[in-house]
Design a protein around this ligand. Structure first.
Ligand code: B12
Ligand code: SF4
Length: 404
């Protein structure tokens, strides 16, 4: 049977080197959301769930490396593999290139498979023998000649542990509910990567409920908070309603969940039902007061936030900096708009046109894409010509907004 090695890109991270910037990290909080809190920022490392999920659902013997150093990666290659799969994003393309060179040198006969949102970059094609631009399990099964059946795929238990100033602070686990999003916002990498389709990894509400209780059992903690990874969880109404029905019948400790949702999908629900469903926290893209993406159109986003907060539901609100209409002053106005919603946490990133999104195509047509290294596609750098704010200025503005 063929042997498979799957790996994330190699560390070290969070340093300005030839293949990384100080802003690229395997963390969400310390890299972005709570970065300005310095040593009081929660430290939580998130692994590549996608790779573990693939490994669990293929028959070929598979080893997964999470953030190895290049030395560890080469040591592992020396054990001999037929296929080496690497997951990357656009910002880690330079790391990927170095890893591909190592594979060609150590294992010239093995095949390289590239996967993840970095594959939106057309120039990646020359580094891999196979490129996965879709959900990875079915792709790998096809490649390995393994049966493609419709039986539910196995899920992996991914516990997360957070520390603040070195002290244990948070505990949780993550569930993969689905990929892709039908809204198709102009800038959105994941929606356009999956061609505006929603690909469920857990098909029914009962599947989701059973997976959460399975995690609780394995982790021996029925109160463990669960983060659901899926672009717009509340938009899949039928499944979320089925999940809600399961929760209502459950008389054990209440299940606590956090998820991503759009203003549009939140507005589809009775807010009291969101509480009953066990939602502790929602991550919502606010983007800008002037943004007119379909997920925001005609909605009073501040009123939606007030409704959630009034029921004790936390929010993580994100804002995009660098819309064409932004000036320095209007960025600060948008910042004030976001703060007026009193989000529990907030995230700010510079608008980044992932390749093959409508935004990328538009900026390309307008001749506005800058020739910058791919490591700068990290959300902290400007990669296109902005009509009102120059590159250095907007990059500093982002850091100032976080500090404020
Ligand atoms: C969780 C997450 C993280 C976590 C975990 C990252 C990780 N290693 O997976 C953390 C917080 C660490 C993180 C960090 C970063 N992230 Co992130 N992250 C996400 C998020 C929210 C979910 C990813 C996920 O787990 N999905 C669920 C799993 C099951 O899906 P998956 O990973 O996509 O994998 C499936 C397929 O893509 C495919 N696949 C993936 N890899 C491979 C490899 C092979 C060989 C094959 C065959 C298939 C395959 O098969 C998998 C199973 O179906 C996505 C947005 C999103 N909703 O997808 C952004 C996202 C992937 N992140 C992004 C970015 C930019 C970053 C950072 C650069 C941010 C920064 N400045 O630090 C760093 C990079 C860190 C690093 N070392 O690579 C961008 C990528 C944009 C792009 N086009 O390149 C995204 C799309 C967010 C966005 N909307 O812009 N991230
Ligand atoms: S709602 Fe969010 S996930 Fe969906 S397309 Fe828009 S930005 Fe992407």
């Amino acid at each position: 049977m063929k042997k498979v090695l799957l790996s994330t890109v190699c560390g070290p991270f969070a340093a300005n080197t030839d293949d990384c910037t100080e802003h690229i990290m395997p963390e969400l909080f310390h890299a972005q959301v709570t970065r300005a809190q310095g040593i009081f920022s929660p430290r939580v490392t998130y692994i590549s769930y996608g790779l573990e999920y693939i490994a669990k659902n293929i028959k070929a013997p598979t080893t997964v490396l999470q953030y190895p150093t290049i030395k560890q990666f080469i040591q592992e290659l020396k054990k001999g593999y037929d296929y080496v799969g690497i997951s990357f994003v656009i910002a880690t393309f330079e790391k990927l290139k170095k890893m591909c060179s190592a594979v060609r040198e150590v294992l010239p006969d093995s095949k390289i498979i590239l996967g993840g949102y970095g594959t939106m970059l057309p120039e990646c094609e020359k580094y891999g023998d196979h490129i996965c631009k879709e959900e990875g399990v079915d792709f790998m099964r096809r490649l390995l000649g393994e049966p493609l059946d419709n039986s539910p795929k196995k899920h992996v238990v991914y516990p997360t542990r957070g520390r603040v100033a070195g002290l244990p602070a948070t505990k949780g686990a993550v569930v993969m509910a689905g990929l892709g999003c039908p809204h198709g916002c102009e800038f959105c990498a994941t929606s356009h990567f999956h061609k505006k389709r929603h690909i469920p990894l857990l098909k029914t509400g009962a599947d989701l409920y059973n997976e959460i209780r399975r995690i609780h059992k394995i982790q021996k903690d029925t109160t463990l908070p669960i983060g659901i990874i899926e672009e717009d969880f509340l938009l899949q109404r039928k499944r979320a309603q089925e999940y809600f029905d399961c929760v209502k019948k459950d008389n054990k400790d209440p299940i606590k969940i956090s998820c991503f949702a759009s203003a549009y999908s939140i507005a589809l629900w009775d807010p009291d039902d969101l509480v009953r469903m066990g939602i502790e926290s929602l991550w919502v893209g606010v983007e800008s007061r002037r943004a007119n993406y379909p997920k925001l159109k005609g909605l009073d986003v501040k009123a939606i936030f007030d409704t959630l907060h009034a029921r004790g539901i936390n929010t993580l609100a994100s804002l995009i900096i660098g819309h064409d209409f932004h000036t320095v002053d209007s960025v600060w106005e948008d910042f004030e708009y976001l703060m007026s919603m009193k989000p529990s946490l907030s995230q700010f990133l510079i608008l980044t046109p992932a390749c093959s999104t409508p935004l990328f195509e538009r900026l390309g047509r307008e001749g506005r894409l800058l020739d910058v290294p791919t490591k700068e596609w990290d959300g902290f750098h400007l990669v296109f010509d902005h009509p009102h704010i120059e590159k250095q200025k907007i990059q500093q503005l982002l850091l100032d907004v976080y500090d404020e």
